[in-house]
Design a protein around this ligand. Structure first.
Ligand SMILES: NC(=O)c1ccc[n+]([C@@H]2O[C@H](COP(=O)([O-])OP(=O)(O)OC[C@H]3O[C@@H](n4cnc5c(N)ncnc54)[C@H](OP(=O)(O)O)[C@@H]3O)[C@@H](O)[C@H]2O)c1
Length: 268
């Protein structure tokens, strides 16, 4: 059994992890959620009973008892946890699913990776990770002067960051395929009079509302044809399953940075 702490356990994704980890007969369960982290202390009801919840400041003891941390507490939660517990995560497998991370938090993650196996993923689904490879290959094959790349993502209206981490990863994959730096060609949305679209631009657009779990289209727009690579997440359990699979794979590995490519064997 792998002992896991879930940061953001009261959130949409945290609850999905708690639920999925508790599936099946107790004797066959591979994961035990031994604690959660939230903005206030207390407990949450899990399939296997009450799970204690602590704040980032009070999480030291529970983290030292865990083999893996799965973090879905968003940028503010991840930042608070890494600031409050710089040492308690040493030796723990750390799986970070929060997106939209500012530079300072990324630096903390890099520092932690000297002492712990750390995996960050904007998206834990096998489909999106396969899509990243397909987008890179398509962008490398189609001439930039003839095919415009636009990434369009949709999510529920309660999502805090935009564009999604997955949309950014897809845009980065297209830029990599074209051998350019995304920041040099990135265009977020369009309004007013943007003028004639420069060849080589990579557009990113965020749609928000309703109960959309997560949809990503990567469009390659030519004069006479259009290729649309699409991923649709149908259930949050998809991401929870990927995060638990990552925990299973990462627990016990040496310190360093890892990605879903490593977990899924998709190559570099
Ligand atoms: N990688 C992937 O595959 C994937 C998939 C889906 C979502 N995500 C990302 O995962 C993150 C969470 O998404 P969500 O939809 O589950 O969000 P959510 O429902 O808003 O849940 C976030 C939880 O984090 C906790 N939190 C926030 N700030 C905190 C702080 N300062 N200290 C402690 N806990 C804090 C909150 O806990 P309390 O309720 O206890 O206050 C909240 O329940 C987002 O960044 C999202 O983009 C990633």
């Amino acid at each position: 059994v792998i002992n896991i702490v879930v940061a953001g356990i009261r959130g949409r994704m945290g609850r999905a992890v708690l639920q999925l980890a508790g599936d099946g007969a107790p004797a066959t369960r591979e994961f035990a959620i031994i604690g959660g982290i939230g903005r206030s202390a207390g407990s949450v009801a899990g399939p296997g009973g009450e799970v204690p919840v602590t704040t980032p400041d009070g999480a030291g003891e529970i983290l030292r008892a865990a083999q893996a941390l799965i973090d879905f507490s968003g940028t503010s939660g991840t930042e608070a946890l890494l600031a409050a517990q710089p040492d308690s995560l040493h030796g723990t497998a750390v799986i970070i699913g929060s997106t939209g991370m500012p530079h300072a938090v990324l630096q903390r993650i890099d520092a932690l990776a000297a002492h712990a196996a750390v995996l960050t993923a904007a998206n834990f689904s096998i489909g999106v990770n396969l899509l990243l490879a397909l987008v890179e290959r398509t962008a490398a094959t189609l001439p930039a002067e003839q095919y415009a790349v636009e990434v369009v993502e949709a999510h529920h209206g309660r999502k805090l960051d935009a564009p999604s981490g997955t949309a950014l990863a897809l845009a980065e994959a297209a830029a990599r395929g074209r051998d350019v730096i995304l920041e040099d060609v990135r265009r977020d949305g369009r309004s007013g009079e943007p003028g004639i679209r420069p060849a080589g631009e990579i557009g990113i657009h965020a749609v928000r509302g309703g109960g959309v779990i997560g949809e990503h289209d990567v469009l390659f727009l030519g004069e006479r044809e259009r290729i649309v690579l699409r991923h649709v997440a149908q259930d949050r359990a998809l991401f929870a399953e990927g995060a638990l699979h990552a925990a299973r794979w990462l627990a016990g590995r040496p310190a360093g940075r890892y990605s879903m490519k490593d977990v899924l064997g998709l190559g570099s």
